[in-house]
Write a protein that binds this ligand. Sequence first.
Ligand code: ZN
Length: 484
Amino acid sequence: MGVLSALKPEGVWKYFEAICGIPHGSGNEKAVSDYCVSFAKERGLKVWQDETWNVVIVKEASAGYEDREPLILQGHLDMVCEKKPDCDLDFEKDGLRLAVDGDDVYAEGTTLGGDDGIAVAYALAILDDDRILHPRLEAVFTTNEEVGMDGASALDVSMLKGHTVLNLDSEEEGILLAGCAGGCSAGIALPVLREQRRGVKLLLTVDGLKGGHSGAEIDKGRGNANRLLAVVLTELRKEIDCGLILAAGGQKDNAIPRESRAELLISEEHAENIIQKAENICAAVQKRLKEEYGMADPDLSICLQRKGTAEAEVFSEETLSHAITLLTTLPNGVICMSKDIPGLVQTSLNLGVLKTEQEALVLRYSIRSSVGAEKEALVEHLRRTAEQEGASVKINGDYPAWEFRKDSPIRKDCVRIYKELFGKEPKVEAIHAGLECGILASKIPNLDCVSMGPDMSGIHTTEERLSISSVERMWKYLLELLKR
Ligand SMILES: [Zn+2]
């Protein structure tokens, strides 16, 4: 007897438990992919599997539904593998240790992978049950979603007849997603000329910031440590002669940096006076920035430490001037808000990484927009500004947006049936982060798509939980949608 066998709907939990029994972290999807292929073969369903282990299963329409528009059901096979420090589970070999607590299913010591195992479970349970009425169903299970959506990018869609997608990779019941941002990463490299100098080294740090996700939290008004470091450097340079040895902050371009630092060099002569002056400037800037960011970032701190006398290679005056111009004039944060969806950030960028290499100062931005043309325009703006300062720009990891459709037949049906079933209006939203729907929309012309899912909390963490009652409500909702 399985841990979940008493739960309803039986079919969904049976397949969810089966998937949880097969290790399926990102990059390790072959076994779960093979499981889906065997499932299809045993039932005489058409199935495709590719070399990235994506799986497509097709079930023809029920009697009387042959003339309906085919429907694509989509989710991803991979999960994020996180475990508690004392957990001995081996994600490469072991199944998850499922448990039930009240209305929640969770996995002991690890992530549950409800994101997005529940999508696969729903689809298999639907495909398995010949009593369910439905149009031609095309179940699309992708791989590597959590680490760059490589599966969706590699997916061959030539066997798909549908132009309508129900993506099952959202985690709040009652919210229908109708759009997501596309994005890319922009790396700007400013060549660095250096000159040898002797002097007193100072370490300048900006820290105590909250940081956060560069998509979901870009509109929270939080400080970006790399940008604030540039503000301090600008103020220091107005009053004192200080050379820059290095500047660095942040680890990932898609995280708002919490901390950034610079090593400075000042002359040995009158060092005490200069340090005093520099400390006063730092204190004044800190006071000003605390007023500006106080609500969002109350622990912001700017600190200057003396590090002793040394020989060092500092940026040439010209390089430093280009560096500061880049850091202060390139845009950062929210660029514009959506006019269709209240509260949605439409376009933004985040200076996530600043680092100093021997030959170059590197700035890495994560750029996002739910409007493809705006993303292009922003990239072009970065390129022009960078080139004016003698820097070069490289773009990578480009992924397309899923643009909001004012007129979407599937969304209309989803809203209508939700109201009929639950007596209330679902919320229609879009997110300022990536979903595979954007990649599908770039491959399937005229794609009409909605993303939904049952209530989950703590996804990508060991606190992940999946609501049993919500899974059942979403199941009923899905069956009604198939009948539409
Ligand atoms: Zn997911």
